[in-house]
Design a protein around this ligand. Structure first.
Ligand code: FMN
Ligand code: SF4
Ligand code: SF4
Length: 357
């Protein structure tokens, strides 16, 4: 049986899946729903010095991506400190409290959330690309609490140098990353109205964000020697595998919990465990950082054909613009001399009939 436990500092997690800050963790009731939905730890919505005032509408599911124009928590910090966090503490799972944004906010808030937090997560979403305000915020947090302090980076900046600056300032972990933007979505069936209210801009999350966050985790994990948590487009067990192979220690989920409900954490964790078992991995440490240790990928020969796996679906033939692939007797064949080794067909075949040579 695979051991999926994760030790993040003093926190013991039964598996690597937890919520990310968003409306899925907007208050104690939502945090309890996450726990009942199978999350291994909890992350509360970002608390700042004042309650956020957000435009309406502020969320749209545009299928391969999600747009939002939320900010931080719409609850004032007093509500969190007097009610939501004490209630969330009773749930019994490790609780990560997200705070924003600059040193003054953190110096004020961190001592007040200290009794409830197993770790802090500092959002850097609105602090610009100069690393110094982030470093000041980290130092303010480290002075106020004795639990680990993580920093959540936004993907529209140089995450590697930001992570190094965070580590230098004393951060204990990096969360990669936040939503990407500004972006725009237009509702073409309703006179070209913008999907988001306010200025109309939204921030991308969900499946389209995953490759960007994954790259950020890969870059950061190579540069720092503190734990990295991957966030962005996690919706299946195999997404967890990918983030761990890129060097993450755990993952967070927001959009999939909004679109599929709070039971998604347990479902993703179960899929992850099944994948690990079916691939004979005994523990997370066996896959963590695998992609970091691989050499450069080189395709130096045409794909190897496994005709007995071919269903004759034609997907690879259609997309091989070099006309190297063809079907004969409902099975795949190749003109080796036409193949440029572009590699596309390896990802097009769902039946494992084309493999890297
Ligand atoms: C509606 C919404 C609200 C969010 N609010 C916050 C927030 O308050 N603090 C924060 O650090 N990230 C916030 N995020 C970003 C998410 O925590 C997460 O980093 C991002 O959505 C990528 O993960 P996903 O693809 O699983 O959603 C929010 C995301 C969404 C969609
Ligand atoms: S590697 Fe590229 S060129 Fe070669 S068969 Fe596949 S899709 Fe065609
Ligand atoms: S995509 Fe795979 S299964 Fe479909 S025709 Fe090509 S080799 Fe066969």
């Amino acid at each position: 049986m695979t051991n999926t436990t994760v030790n993040l500092w003093q926190m013991k997690l039964s598996h690597p899946v937890m919520p990310a800050a968003g409306p899925n963790v907007m208050d104690a009731k939502a945090l309890r729903d996450c726990a009942e939905g199978g999350a291994a730890a909890l992350v509360a919505k970002t608390i700042s010095s004042v309650a956020a005032v957000i435009p309406h509408p502020n969320m749209a599911d545009l299928k391969n991506h999600f747009l939002n124009a939320e900010l931080w928590s719409e609850l004032p910090p007093e509500n969190w400190i007097n009610f939501e966090l004490p209630e969330a503490r009773k749930i019994g799972l490790p609780l990560i409290v997200s705070l924003g944004y600059v040193a003054d906010d953190i110096a004020k808030l961190a001592p007040q959330v200290k009794p409830f937090a197993d770790a802090l997560e500092l959002s850097t979403h609105y602090v610009g690309s100069d690393p110094r305000p982030m470093q000041d915020a980290i130092r303010a947090a480290k002075e106020a609490v004795d639990v680990p302090v993580m920093v959540k980076l936004s993907p529209f900046r140089d995450v590697q140098s930001a992570a190094l600056a965070a580590q230098e300032a004393g951060a204990d972990g990096i969360v990669c990353g936040n939503s990407f933007g500004p972006a725009l979505g237009i509702d073409i069936e309703n006179g070209g109205r913008l999907w988001m209210g306010g200025k109309g801009y939204g921030w991308i999350s969900g499946p389209a964000l995953k490759p960007i966050s994954l790259r950020a985790v890969y870059d950061v994990a190579r540069a720092v020697d503190i734990p990295v948590i991957g966030v962005g487009g996690v919706s299946r067990g195999t997404d967890v595998v990918e983030y761990l192979m890129a060097g993450a220690s755990a993952v967070q989920v927001c959009t999939a919990a909004i679109t599929r409900g709070q039971s998604v954490y347990g479902k993703i964790a179960n899929e992850f465990t099944k994948w690990m078992e079916s691939h004979n991995y005994q523990s997370i440490s066996e896959i963590q950082g695998l992609a970091l240790r691989n050499n450069e990928t080189v395709m130096s020969a045409p794909p190897r054909l496994v005709p007995e796996n071919c269903t004759g679906c034609n997907r690879c033939v259609t997309s091989c613009l070099y006309e190297a692939l063809y079907l004969e007797d409902k099975s795949i064949h190749i003109h080796v001399e036409r193949c440029t080794q572009c590699g596309l067909c390896l990802s097009r075949c769902a039946s494992d009939a084309l493999q890297a040579a």
